[in-house]
Design a protein around this ligand. Structure first.
Ligand code: UDP
Length: 494
């Protein structure tokens, strides 16, 4: 089920089987033996075949010459260095989105960048989905058999690959077990994209020894740093690639043209306003509350013309729960003529961009969210966001300026924010313009890469300067190293 597609060739409210709609140019090609292993019927790691190289100059229109030159200077001493990423899936979700933009850009700057994803089965991803829930505060049973069977067996297979690099970044808990002596050769950083501010102790204590093997860890916000970390910690906020298909800015007529077949197939009147909710179908994403708020909105007022609520979601191989969450949402939506639940639509990236461009507002109220790239994408398309005051979402929403912040379960407040956007199209458009500028300044991919390059320089010893976005005090190993270097101080410590 891990690779099962929820749905297919046409948008619909019911599951179908068909191909997924993804730009061919961005479709990852899956490599054979992962990181240099012998050919194998089912390799434990898949490699992303990155065919595209983005020259830094391509970013001139969105960044300006000074920022582009600064990146080139930073990357200069790193040309030819190998920078490896390992995560749970090549497709679906924010990490895959980030890496799909990062690889071509880093290659354009001369780095030898590789990306591998785990090629594990359903049992493995069922366990790691539980990790995900437990780390973000949802209780769910986890057995020793799951940990030492389904999880570690797949990890042991992946660890045979023996990846050597100047820096390896292991993303999120799915591949964390691979951080063990001998599997990864070179400094390793653990990159956490989740909100792990209050992790369940069982899973956190299971992961902690792996994380503490690393040369460092990266979190989106300092408040996400879980207890007991003994490594240097850095803060990096994610960002979107302005050159990605979904982030290209089309005109309203062009967006309408992209969406025309979907509108036609699902009987949407293109002249009515749209509220969009774009994300994987996931318990944390809280789509049921968006639906409830939409119904509250209509119950309290009649709008002329009446709005639609369109959910758009896709599947990821490392997220086996999507089918069930979608089915629940569809059951709640019933035959509501103003609601659509689209999934794995053809031409995904163009559709995401066009829908976000055309929508009056995006509604994103997850109960927990590390960052929420969809919020960035909506703002970049000039669309204001009604967003939950959680994690990275609240960093992106300036209340009343780029959208509205609400508590994730506050149906009344969500409905009121939706109403404001529907009542005031000019005000919504002005918020969208400010949102785009906010993203340009803070949340574009090159800013993420700038920090990554600083880390690469630090860990390849190209530069000794301590990264300025380091957020914790001296780590255990650093204290030890200082003591070893200074026996006099070590004597005083006895
Ligand atoms: N996305 C997509 N198609 C969909 C739904 C989502 O391409 O039908 C993309 C969305 O545009 C964003 C990513 O999936 O780039 C989701 O990232 P986010 O950080 O918002 O959430 P995550 O899935 O990582 O929790």
């Amino acid at each position: 089920m891990a690779s099962q597609r929820l749905n297919g060739s046409r948008p619909t409210r019911g599951p179908r089987s068909s191909t997924r709609g993804k730009d061919q140019a961005q479709q990852p090609a899956l490599g054979g033996g992962g990181a240099g292993t012998a050919p194998h019927a089912s390799p434990p790691l898949l490699e992303y075949a990155c065919c595209r190289v983005r020259q830094p100059e391509e970013y001139l229109p969105s960044l300006g010459a000074a920022r582009v030159e600064a990146l080139k200077r930073l990357a200069g001493p790193l040309v030819g260095r190998r920078w490896v990423h390992i995560n749970g899936t090549l497709q679906g979700g924010g990490v895959a989105e980030l890496l799909q933009g990062m690889l071509p850009f880093a290659r354009g700057l001369g780095l030898d960048t590789r990306w591998y994803a785990l090629n594990a089965g359903e049992a493995f991803f069922q366990v790691t989905k539980k990790f995900h829930h437990l780390l973000q505060g949802l209780d769910t049973p986890l057995t020793l058999e799951e940990l030492f069977g389904a999880y570690l067996d797949a990890i042991d297979a992946a660890a045979q690959a023996q990846i050597a690099a100047d820096l390896v970044v292991v993303h999120d808990p799915q591949p964390a077990g691979i951080i063990m002596p001998g599997a990864l050769l070179g400094p390793v950083l653990w990159r956490c994209h989740l909100d792990t501010s209050t992790p369940h102790p069982v899973v956190w204590r299971f992961l902690l020894p792996y994380i503490n093997q690393c040369a460092g860890a990266i979190f989106t916000l300092p408040e996400f740093i879980g207890p007991g970390l003994q490594v240097p910690v850095y803060q990096i906020l994610p960002g979107i690639d302005p050159l990605a298909t979904k982030n290209r800015q089309s005109t309203e007529p062009a967006a309408r043209e992209i969406l025309a077949p979907l509108f036609h197939d699902s009987g949407i009147d293109p002249d009515r306003p749209i509220l969009a909710s774009v994300s994987r179908y996931d318990r944390h994403k809280n789509q049921a509350t968006v639906l409830e708020a939409f119904r509250r909105l209509r119950a309290e007022r009649r709008f002329h013309p009446p709005p639609y609520l369109i959910f758009l979601g896709n599947t990821a191989t490392d997220d086996p729960e999507g089918t069930a969450v979608l089915a629940q949402l569809q059951a709640r939506a019933g035959d509501d003529p103003d609601v659509r639940c689209w999934v794995d639509v053809p031409n995904n990236d163009c559709v995401v961009g066009a829908l976000l461009r055309l929508a009056r507002g995006m509604v994103h109220v997850p109960t927990r969210e590390g960052f929420g790239l969809v919020v960035t994408e909506a703002l970049w398309q000039g669309t204001p966001v009604v967003g939950a005051a959680v994690g990275g979402v609240q960093q992106q929403i300036l209340p009343g300026r780029t959208g509205y912040r609400v508590a994730p379960r506050d149906v009344e407040a969500i409905a009121a924010a939706m109403a404001r956007l529907l009542d005031d199209p000019a005000g919504a458009a002005a918020m969208g313009r400010r949102g785009r500028e906010h993203v340009r300044r803070h949340f574009l991919l090159p800013e993420v890469l700038r920090r990554d390059l600083i880390l690469l320089r630090y860990y390849t010893r190209t530069s000794r300067a301590r990264p300025p976005f380091r957020v914790n005090g001296p780590a255990y190993r650093e204290v030890l190293e200082t003591l070893w270097r200074s026996p006099a101080r070590a004597t005083r410590c006895r």
